[in-house]
Every structure is written in C-alpha cells, then in structure tokens.
Design a protein around this ligand. Structure first.
Ligand code: GDP
Length: 303
C-alpha cells in the first residue's frame, strides 16, 4: 500500500545491501557483524541505536545459537521493533485529540522541512475522519507563508485565520482560538515561524504563542508536533534536539521519507530522543501523510 510504496528507496537500498552481506558471509562471524554495523549506519539508523542493536543482536544470536546469516536478519527486525517500542508496546502512536471540545495542535520546525504541506495533509486526514478543522497562519515572518497555507486551506476546504505579514503571531493565535471556539471547530492546526534563530529567541517565541493558547483553552496545546525532513539525516537529529530543548515536543512528523534511501532516521529519533514519530510524509499529494507504524516499517525493509 501507500506506506510500502513511499519506502521504496529505503527498502531497495537496505534490502540489496543486506542480500549482498548474507551472500558474502554465509555463516555468522565477527567480520559479518562489523559489516552489518556499517550497513545499518549507512541507512542513518544512528550510531547509538546501531550500538544498542548490535549488543542485543549478538546476545540473541549466541543464545539461540544462530549460525546462518540469513536467519540473523529476522532477529534484526525483531530487535529493531523492540528498540522502537521498548519491548511490549506495539500501538501506533495516536494523535492526542479530544473527544469533545477544541483540540489545538501546534506545528514547529525550520523553513522548508514541509511544515505547511504537513498541516494541509493532516487537515485533509482529520476531515476524512469526520472532524471539523481550522488553520491558523502563525508564520507571519516568512514571505509567502500565509498565502501558501491559504492555498492548502482552499484545497482541502478548511478555513484559515490570518493576519498580515509581519504581525504578531500570538495575536493570530488568539484570534484563531476565538474563531475556532465560536464556530465549534474540533481541531485547530497552528503554523509557527520556522526561522532557526538562537535557542533563546526560539524558546521565547514558542512560549509566548503557547501561553496565549493555554489561556484560552486550559489543556492546550494538545500536541506540539515537530516536522523534520527525512532527507536531511543527522541534521534532522540536531534540529530535534534544539526544538525539544526549546519546548515540549509531543511528537514528530517525518516528512519526505519517500525521498530518501536513509529512512533509518526514524528509528534513531525514537531511540535517541524518546519522541514518538506520529506521522510520516510519503509524497506531496494531499493523501500522502500516514500514521507511522514501526512494525510495518521495519518488516517492510526486508521484504
Ligand atoms: P515549510 O517551509 O516547512 O512550510 O515547507 P513546505 O511545506 O513548503 O515544503 C517544502 C517542499 O517540500 C515543498 O516543495 C513540498 O511539496 C515538499 N514536501 C513536503 N512534504 C513532502 C513529502 O512528504 N514528500 C515529498 N516528496 N515532498 C514533500
């Protein structure tokens, strides 16, 4: 399906490297493990995650007395899923949306990562699920950001609350929350400015925006979603660190997973930052946003 299709690049690259490796080393030995480590690192699984995995893997291979390298790949999938979920939880991470009343979702991330596109795609998904949705054009800084959000609003048929370029984002949020409340909207999706300034400015800006929202809706924002571009690899990791220091990030949307052969970054983010990946972007169309399913992802890499 869509999920598999979007992962073609990662799967093709990973599966062919794994096949080569299994063909080269028929039986398990030290050199096999070393080369396996390199294959995993080249898929952007992340050094720490690879080290955790290798430790688990070598123990399991010894325990089950596995000699055949082809069988090791099965253990890799098991262990990768375990690392992702922490042993037993195999649920797809759901968006924290209220049954009743307004839910507010704040989007953060640097320019160009796919924030606007993701908001549009998520608005479409939520509408399909029967929710009423409204958008807040909180990126008043980047030229064209408001218009771009309006284009998405028209495309998916949802209202966009905006002020003019250069105005105070907190004022936009205030108006958007008021509008959403008075129209009985279920979910308000809020864009924010994506210039990566210094950490203190970023923190102040996000704190101010959040304060306005919380004042109007006490347990909001219900989600703070950080959008990261999968094609930027370790850069995405460092952005995740910066943003999670600046604010409480509740989930990640990894965009452009279709555009990279290094999809292993999903696992690195989960393992090294302990932030769940809630959605992945698999293309530019309105339907190209999918909930992230680690089980399907990991097993999809090998088939
Ligand atoms: P923003 O600056 O963060 O709001 O980024 P945009 O939403 O404008 O996206 C930047 C570019 O990435 C646009 O050309 C999008 O069409 C493209 N894009 C966003 N998400 C995806 C995705 O999941 N896959 C692909 N292939 N392209 C994407």
């Amino acid at each position: 399906e869509k999920f598999k299709e979007g992962l073609t690049k990662t799967r093709d690259s990973f599966a062919s490297k794994m096949n080569d490796l299994v063909a080269k080393y028929r039986s398990v030995d030290e050199e096999f493990f070393e080369e396996l480590e390199e294959v995993l690192i080249s898929a952007d699984v992340g050094v720490q995650t690879v080290m955790d995995l290798m430790e688990e893997l070598e123990m399991e291979v010894k325990r089950r007395n596995i000699k055949d390298t082809a069988l090791v790949t099965e253990v890799i999938s098991e262990k990768l899923v375990e690392i992702y979920y922490g042993q037993d939880n195999e649920e797809i991470e759901k968006l924290n949306i209220q049954e009743d009343g307004l839910s507010v979702v704040l989007f953060v991330g640097v320019n160009g990562v796919g924030k606007t596109t993701t908001i549009g795609k998520l608005a479409h998904r939520l509408k399909e699920e029967g929710k009423t949705v409204m958008l807040a054009a909180g990126d008043t800084f980047r030229a064209g950001a408001i218009e771009q959000l309006e284009v998405w609003g028209e495309r998916v048929g949802v209202e966009v609350i905006k002020h003019s370029e250069g105005s105070d984002p907190a004022a936009v949020m205030y108006d958007a929350v008021q509008a959403a409340k008075s129209r009985g909207v279920d979910v308000l999706l809020c864009d924010t400015a994506g210039r990566l300034q210094n950490k203190v400015n970023l923190m102040n800006e996000l704190t101010k925006v959040k304060r306005v929202i919380t004042r109007e809706v006490p347990d909001a924002p219900h989600e703070v979603l950080l959008v990261l571009d999968a094609t930027t690899g370790q850069n995405a990791m460092s952005q995740a660190k910066t943003f999670s220091q600046a604010t409480d990030v509740t989930g990640i949307v990894l965009s452009k997973l279709d555009g990279t052969a290094k999809g292993g970054i999903v696992l690195a983010i989960r393992n090294e930052l302990s932030i769940p990946v809630k959605y992945v972007g698999l293309g530019e169309k309105v339907t190209d946003l999918q909930p992230f399913d680690a089980h399907a992802f990991v097993y999809g890499l090998f088939s």
